[in-house]
Design a protein around this ligand. Structure first.
Ligand code: F6P
Length: 561
């Protein structure tokens, strides 16, 4: 096993390969994509990778063959492949939590063998498939109406209560796969799913609006089952349910299910562990959407489509494990991000889906990427002297075009961006709406082109623009994008996309030598909130508050009378 915490490990920015990239960057200077494309008519075809149904075009990045060679050398020197293989083998690469990192086992085929290092439990794959089977049985019962509420009614709405990784993945995927929810043709009933995450009571309040407790099923999703937001919302949901069902506590068993690694806490909360779907500590919260955390999604789309999604994940897992670095999509995407962060000073990375169904994909990626690689010490605990994870952000591209794209085109910040689009619209829309797809995609292609090639002052002037306006209407271009053009947004393609980004994040963490699988940075705020809360609810004194927080607390109290 590679010793990931070794203090004699060469820091990335002291590797000769890092220095070589620095020199190469200086030599490239402001080499323009216009010139790179002009010098190599094949560029647009050469700098592409096909993985499953995803076509990745990275030709509009600020790279040459030499850049790619040097980036590959950096990946080799950092032994990204070694760490990747250790992850797939079940080694405990999450050293600060002493855990294996095995989200890839969640989509392994039934005959695969994956063991967790240092555990006697043996192969985890049969256990994964056992839970999948239980989930499928439950989902089918709910979807078909066999599962009945306390008063004998079938379930029409599932409310998923969870936060972070226990919310963002299923919520994103539910929206992405809305066209695959229910199917009258197959005689399936559509079950609506709503997602509640915020401790702000407004979230639950709004999501319960119009619901009938007799036909509502809550799925409480929490890896730890101790997360304050989730347990508080689940407790309020329970009270709402009981008040609507004459206070009969027997109703809880028919209206509450749980997804967790913590059976004890689930039982303590009062949910029958018969209705609990488990996962394991070797699945990180932000890597858990294809575990039982996806139960609400499975209820919505059905087990078969959920399995298709898992197959999509697996397609990219296999590619990541086996493709050489230069033809390996997650490797390339990860290395490009490192190139921009360390050698171009990029602070952020935009993800711009040209798909309304993927509206929540950037939110999902924020946790995946920023909770994984927003670190400032290396795996041995030493402060890093190189930039780590970027700020990840984005919205559907067309909407962004009318908002912040101005800055992308003419601002002073370099923002590398991913443009994600689909060759075909999802079926089921009217012919008129399907026809809008070409316009949508024309926008995506146009933005990649405009960002890369810009518009020169001479071209602007040649259009008769008055000289004083020319600088305002000039586009410098040379703004990098990677285009992911997929066939169609199906469950499998969604799985492929998610795995692509999971592994991209892995590659970056491996090169930056950070532990991408812990999240200690979220703990301090949680602990402080616990200390401050009694001051707000009971007027208790909180010792040791700074003058700003103390004044805010006291103003809050006085405003509440
Ligand atoms: O606070 C951060 C975090 O721990 C995430 O990593 C996690 O996805 C989320 O909270 C929810 O945790 P849980 O699933 O244990 O409720």
């Amino acid at each position: 096993m590679p010793d990931t915490t070794a203090t004699d490990r060469t820091r990335p920015d002291r590797l000769p390969e890092w220095a070589a990239l620095g020199e190469h960057r200086a030599m490239l200077g402001e080499a323009h994509l216009r010139d790179l494309f002009a010098a190599d008519p094949e560029r647009g075809g050469r700098y592409t990778v096909q993985v499953g149904d995803l076509h990745l075009d990275y030709s509009k990045n600020l790279v040459t063959d030499e850049t790619l060679r040097l980036l590959r050398a950096l990946a080799e020197a950092s032994d990204v492949a070694g760490l990747r293989d250790a992850m797939f083998r079940g080694e405990r690469i999450n050293t600060t939590e002493d855990r294996a990192v095995l989200h890839t086992a969640l989509r392994a085929p039934a005959d695969a063998v994956v063991r967790v290092e240092g555990e006697d439990g043996g192969n985890v794959v049969p256990e994964v498939h056992r839970v999948l089977e239980r989930m499928a049985g439950f989902a089918e019962r709910v979807r078909s109406g066999v599962w009945r509420g306390h008063r004998g009614d079938p379930i029409s709405t599932v409310v998923n209560i969870g936060i972070g990784g226990s919310d963002l993945g299923p919520a994103m995927a539910y929206e992405a796969l809305l066209p695959f929810t229910g199917s009258e043709a197959a005689g399936e009933r559509g079950v609506e799913v709503r997602f509640v995450s915020n401790i702000d009571g407004a979230d639950l309040h709004e999501k319960l609006r119009g619901l009938d407790p007799a036909t509502t099923l809550f799925i409480v999703s929490s890896k730890t089952f101790t997360t304050v937001e989730t347990i508080t919302n689940a407790t309020s949901a329970r009270a709402w349910l009981l008040s609507g069902l004459d206070g009969d506590v027997a109703a809880v068993a028919r209206h509450f299910a749980a997804v967790s690694t913590n059976a004890e806490k689930v039982a303590e909360f009062g949910i029958d562990t018969e209705n609990m779907f488990e996962f394991w500590d070797w699945v990180g919260g932000r890597y858990s959407m294809d575990s039982a955390i996806g139960l609400s999604l499975m209820v919505a789309i059905g087990p078969e489509r959920f399995r298709e999604m898992l197959e999509g994940f697996r397609t990219v897992d296999d590619h990541f494990r086996t493709a050489p670095i230069e033809a390996n999509a997650p490797m390339l995407m990860g290395l490009l991000g490192i190139w921009y962060g360390a050698f171009h000073g990029a602070q952020s990375h935009a993800v711009l889906p040209y798909s309304q169904y993927l509206a929540r994909f950037p939110d999902y990626l924020q946790q995946l990427d920023m909770e994984s690689n927003g670190k400032s010490v290396d795996r041995a605990g030493r402060p890093v002297t190189w930039p780590t994870g970027p700020v990840v952000w984005g919205t559907p591209g067309t909407n962004g075009q009318h908002a912040y794209f101005q800055l992308l085109h003419q601002g002073t910040k370099l923002v590398p961006a991913d443009l994600i689009g689909f060759a075909r619209p999802v079926p089921g829309m009217s012919a008129e709406l399907i026809a809008q797809h070409d316009l949508l995609m024309a926008n995506m292609f146009a933005q990649g082109q405009a960002l890369a090639f810009g518009k020169r002052a001479e071209e602007v002037a040649a259009e008769g623009v008055p000289p004083e306006q020319v600088p305002h209407r000039t586009f410098a271009g040379n703004r990098p994008t990677t285009t992911v053009l997929a066939t169609e947004l199906t469950p499998s393609v969604l799985g492929q996309l998610i795995a692509l980004y999971e592994h991209k994040v892995f590659v970056q963490g491996a090169v930056w030598d950070v532990n991408s699988f812990d999240q200690w940075g979220v703990e301090l705020g949680k602990a402080l909130a616990k200390r401050i809360e009694p001051a707000l609810t009971e007027g208790a004194d909180v010792a040791g508050l700074d003058s700003s927080t103390a004044a805010l607390v006291s103003r809050y109290r006085s405003l509440n009378g």
